[in-house]
Design a protein around this ligand. Structure first.
Ligand code: FAD
Length: 379
């Protein structure tokens, strides 16, 4: 058993921390206030190789392990959860399914673009009537000659307004149930692919979320990812990888809570001494520090299993469940430690508190994770 990160991983982590302190921390509040996706940060991350770090070198990646990628996600989220979220999303929900199920041409086209940081993907699964119950989707893809014609409406799609490629799911054979769902890689600008309403959000406001409508959207047959009927399997596989990203992002949020709580409780004086001298505050901090270790071990273990080529679905669900609920718990405590100063706009913990909530909802709610975990335990 070896709990030690490699020297290279430690170095990358330290470099990303330095980058985040210099380029992300100073603008994270503004990104949130203006609901602005920071293209300039992703451009720099692309130049540093951080948007392709674990893709194979033949596709412009860095050839590192998924563990290393997740350490980067954690460090980015520590400074700005929106940025960490988008980093993990790109690898888990977009890169992972293309790398796992894509043809050589699809990998050359899309992974190379994603790795450079110049291309952005949108995972296009959720529908107004199909959230946790993915199988209730009604979008269809009808084969007509050498094309598929998609019709349907998707909702809550991250990156839709700026994506170069949509990893989209639709039924090619409704009667076959989940075995009749297929997955497509649809380039932006395809006629009939319409980006609809944009959603204003409580948190992760540095990411864009929109509706997507397919209206007689015709795509060539070579846009199919995997085989016809493999869409549900591809969606579940992508979500498994994405959940490790959500867990890493949540861990970055817990780390930020600890950073902020230690700093503030040493500075804030009440009753003639720093509030850090009060046992009540120390216990909040002790719980944060303990959950931080547990969260980090859980997501790193899931990422390690993925790197080893072992099944990681259950470990990813457990990591996502624990890390996200711990992030929600500790952002609340971090606001509590800062009292009124933590509650007002402009305080970092106020932003973290709002940003943390999505981790319990996106890429499968906490209830969905419990269904998976209980299902495995009771099998
Ligand atoms: C900011 C944001 C970004 C998103 N980005 C994307 C994206 O890029 N691509 C994409 O495809 N989707 C995206 N989503 C959608 C997200 O994955 C869904 O919101 C999520 O899966 C939950 O679906 P729902 O909102 O329809 O809730 P529902 O499924 O309607 O659930 C409502 C409540 O009921 C509970 N529930 C449902 N079924 C059960 C059950 N069987 N047992 C117990 N409880 C149950 C849920 O846990 C939840 O608490 C995003 C959502 C948000 C908010």
């Amino acid at each position: 058993m070896n709990f030690k990160l490699s020297e290279e991983q430690e170095l990358i982590r330290a470099n990303v921390r330095e980058f985040a302190l210099k380029y992300i921390e100073p603008v994270a509040g503004e990104i949130d206030a203006n609901s602005r996706q920071p293209a300039e940060i992703f451009e720099k991350l692309g130049e540093l190789g951080m948007m392709g770090i674990s893709y194979p070198t033949e596709y412009g990646g860095g050839g590192a392990e998924f563990v290393t990628t997740m350490l980067v996600t954690e460090e980015l989220a520590r400074a700005c959860p929106s940025t960490g979220f988008l980093h993990g999303y790109s690898f888990g929900l977009i890169g992972h399914p293309i790398m796992t199920f894509g043809t050589e041409e699809q990998k050359q086209k899309w992974i190379t673009g994603l790795a450079s940081g110049k291309m952005i993907g949108a995972f296009t699964l959720t529908e107004p009537g199909a959230g946790t119950d993915v199988s209730a989707a009604t979008s269809t893809a009808e084969k007509k000659g050498d094309h598929y014609v998609l019709n349907g409406t998707k909702t809550f799609i991250t990156n839709a307004s700026i994506a170069d490629v949509f990893v989209a799911f639709a039924y090619t054979d409704r009667a076959a149930g989940t075995k009749g769902m297929s997955c497509f890689l649809i380039p932006k600008g395809t006629p009939g692919l319409i980006v609809g309403q944009h959603f204003e959000k409580m948190g992760i406001r540095g990411s864009q979320t929109s509706e997507v409508v397919f209206k007689d959207c015709a795509v060539p047959a070579d846009c199919l990812l995997g085989k016809e009927g493999e869409g549900f399997k591809i969606a579940m596989s992508a979500l498994d990888a994405g959940r490790i990203g959500m867990a890493a992002m949540s861990t970055g949020i817990i780390q930020a809570c600890l950073d902020e709580s230690v700093r503030y409780s040493k500075e804030r004086v009440q009753f003639r001494k720093p509030i850090a001298a009060q046992q009540a505050i120390q216990w909040f901090i002790a719980d944060m520090s303990t959950d931080l270790d547990a969260a980090r071990f859980l997501y790193l273990y899931a990422a390690f299993l993925k790197d080893q080529g072992q099944p990681f679905s259950l470990a990813a669900s457990k990591a996502k469940l624990f890390c996200s609920e711990a992030a929600a718990r500790h952002t609340s405590k971090a606001v509590q430690i800062q009292g009124g100063y933590g509650y007002v706009k402009g305080s970092k913990v106020e932003r973290l508190y709002r940003d943390a909530k999505i981790t319990e909802i996106g890429e499968g709610t906490s209830e969905a994770q419990r269904m998976i975990i209980a299902g495995a335990a009771l099998r």
